[in-house]
Design a protein around this ligand. Structure first.
Ligand code: ATP
Length: 477
């Protein structure tokens, strides 16, 4: 499985999906750049989310708030005081680790050895110690489990301490009396501080939601597993404002609706599971994760959180501005409650890649075998929808192919290529996940038909060239 994950990482780089950031300077840890196909795929996932939120729900509107926010925002939200993780240092290797990551890694090792029960028990002990903030107990657990990350293998640990994950910088000239501000560690606060602006200008009535996508920054200590845990990443968040007392039913609604969104991409339901939280974040009333089975195990891809009136009430307190809503149905003023859905765009990207990647062995008609690497990306989010390939470079075939490109490219992303044998060109499209290829050959000149070749089944059929655009449109909407 580790091999498969390494293969996915190499493939992502080789085919222009994801590059290490500033690679010519040997990269920057846990920061990545998206290449030509990666940026298309990422944009398509973002658009798919945005559409499902703001177009398919009449009571959800979007915003695009700034990354920099007034520093008091993060006092009010609790991030200055609470957005930290318990860390422990290994005295021999001088390396620092997040406590939960160390213990989770140990649990993964146990699972690999088939000791499922022991692994579950270990995670359960960790959860309850974390919930009680029992750092001495957690350290003892690390020692008892013989977790050691030093060369000598002694497991010589410091005490556990809390480290804040926010990046800070200076607004204005550093020499002057500059204010310390933070790079936002989540997009949600941009929504909360704009609650009244949006509610009034868009004339929203409770229950309603505000959606936003954008960059967030966290100084993650253990940043590994490729784009699963990054220091700069993108979130897609939606805060749903409800009447107090109705949050339970809305929490249930969004928990189900979000899983449906994932399954709507045609991903197998057995790859997903819910994980209800025992240890709740400082703002949460009820919380769960949607987990996906990555090549390195079931891990969180999205969180659904019932946040009560925590955030709006805190902003009301710190800003001294009323964060209230007048509910005409019950003739009452109140601070709304919030149910949030929060998903990492990069993590969803990794999910799509992991789910799509296949090294397939193909048995040909004569019994011989061949192999291909194919990305089974759902057509509606595939970076390129249609490859248009003239069989040869002459006899007017490129001109006909260009006509089809011109017809289709205003509607969806096309790719034109005339170099190399057709089989080789198909393989390259398989590797970037293009769901449809069309070949223009000599017969096209006679009967206006082309060969459509389907990525997943590799089936080929002849179709009127005038029907190609419609055929593709039918699969990508
Ligand atoms: P984790 O436990 O993995 O650190 P979290 O519970 O802190 O995540 P949230 O604060 O709930 O995560 O953020 C919501 C979503 O944002 C997560 O489900 C994940 O998809 C994404 N996310 C959070 N941190 C990162 C990161 N460092 N890199 C990439 N995506 C992230």
């Amino acid at each position: 499985q580790d091999n498969q994950f390494q293969a996915i990482i190499s493939h992502a780089k080789e085919y222009g999906f994801v590059f290490p950031s500033s690679e010519i300077y040997d990269g920057l840890s846990a920061v990545y750049d998206y290449g030509p196909y990666g940026s298309e795929l990422k944009k398509n996932i973002r658009d798919y989310w945005w559409k499902s939120m703001t177009q398919l729900h009449e009571n959800i509107v979007g915003i695009d708030a700034a990354i920099f926010m007034h520093p008091t925002t993060w006092k009010a939200s609790g991030h200055v005081d609470n957005f930290s993780d318990p860390m422990i240092d290994n005295k021999d290797s001088k390396k620092r680790y997040r406590v939960d990551h160390l213990i989770e890694a140990k649990a993964d090792q146990l699972k690999e050895k088939g000791e499922e029960k022991e692994a579950e028990a270990l995670l359960a002990s960790m959860d309850s110690l974390l919930a009680a903030e029992d750092f001495a107990g957690l350290k003892q657990l690390i020692i008892d489990q013989k977790i050691n990350c030093s060369v000598s293998g002694t497991g010589n640990w410091t005490d556990i301490r809390q480290f804040n994950l926010m990046f800070s910088t200076q607004l204005g000239s550093v020499a002057e009396d500059a204010d310390t501000i933070y790079l936002r560690p989540e997009t949600a606060q941009g929504i909360f501080v704009n609650f009244l602006n949006v509610q009034k200008t868009a004339r929203m009535k409770i229950p309603f939601g505000i959606a936003q996508t954008g960059k967030a920054f966290r100084n993650e200590i253990v940043a590994r597993q490729f784009i699963f845990r990054m220091r700069e990443f993108e979130q897609m968040e939606m805060q749903f404002f409800v009447r107090p007392g109705t949050e339970g039913e809305w929490y249930k609604y969004w928990k189900e609706a979000r899983l449906k969104w994932h399954l709507g991409l045609g991903i197998d339901a057995s790859k997903y599971r819910y994980h209800d939280h025992v240890k709740l974040a400082h703002y949460a009333k009820e919380a769960c994760d949607i987990e996906y089975e990555f090549p390195f195990g079931f891990k969180e891809v999205e969180g659904i959180h019932s946040r009560s009136d925590f955030d709006l009430a805190q902003h009301q307190l710190y800003s001294k501005k009323k964060m209230q809503y007048f509910d005409t149905e019950i003739n009452q003023n109140y601070v709304p409650y919030v149910v949030e859905t929060s998903i990492g765009l990069d993590r969803m990207f990794l999910l799509i890649l992991s789910n799509a990647y296949e090294e397939e062995t193909i048995t040909k008609e004569d019994g011989s075998t061949d192999s291909r690497v194919v990305l089974h990306i759902p057509p509606k989010i595939a970076p390129v929808k249609l490859a248009i390939l003239p069989l040869t470079k002459k006899d007017g075939l490129p001109e006909i192919a260009r006509e089809l490109v011109d017809e289709c490219k205003p509607y969806f992303k096309c790719f034109y290529e005339e170099k190399d044998a057709i089989g080789k060109r198909y393989r390259r499209q398989d590797a970037i996940g293009t769901p449809f290829c069309v070949t223009i050959d000599h017969q096209t000149k006679e009967d206006q038909t082309v060969t459509v070749r389907y990525r997943d089944s590799m089936v080929q059929e002849r179709v009127l060239m005038s029907k190609v655009k419609e055929l593709v449109m039918g699969e990508i909407l």
